[in-house]
Design a protein around this ligand. Sequence first.
Ligand SMILES: [Zn+2]
Length: 256
Amino acid sequence: MLLFDTHAHYDSTQFDEDRDAVLTALPEAGVALALNPGCDIPSSRRAVEYAAKYPHMYAAVGFHPENADEAAEGDIEALRALCREPKVVAVGEIGLDYYWVTEADARARQRELFRAQMQLARETGLPVIVHDREAHADSLDIVREFPDVRGVFHCYSGSAEMAKILVDMGWMISFTGVLTFKNARKAHEVLRMLPPDRLMFETDAPYMAPEPHRGKRCDSRLVCHTVARAAELLSEDAEVLAERTYRNACRFFGIA
Ligand SMILES: [Zn+2]
């Protein structure tokens, strides 16, 4: 299988013991490419380092909404500089997380940071990787303020109606191992209505390990289980689906 894991966090401490071994082993396991998004400035720097060290790694740089309170004056400028590094192909991950954050002021700070990073994407011409957890309406409102910015909703958890709106705007949808879980009926419905060129896969490693590895540490090699389950749901050959979504991701991130 030709696999592109479009979202994996190798800067996580869960890889401190064996990071180099895991990353080095990806291509021989079929993972031809993987993208590490940033969650704050240090983690974005690490994503850029991995991209420099490993030919099969790419990077995105950005502030995760859960870290919105730590964002300081000058951090957008730091991200802007990182956007110019080789193999930085997106601004991410950015967005809104209302699951953990319930206080109105903190949610407002997330929206402000999200808008600032959408503006950065507009200026740099890079696509965005959006994290949206329990914040579908506000996330959609904000991306609609930037009609010239393209992006992906990663670990998609919205409705089919919202996916249709995003697709019409030229956006992508990406699924994690959640697609392999028994209770993923909503995600299955979205998968079936997506145009063939709008779908990508990811692990969100070290989290979200697909069945039959649910609950364990996840790495990019496990993305094959998500692709296989999607192929089953779409009545499509898994190899063909893997290659198609690999090409979707390369096109979306501008990788030749
Ligand atoms: Zn993530």
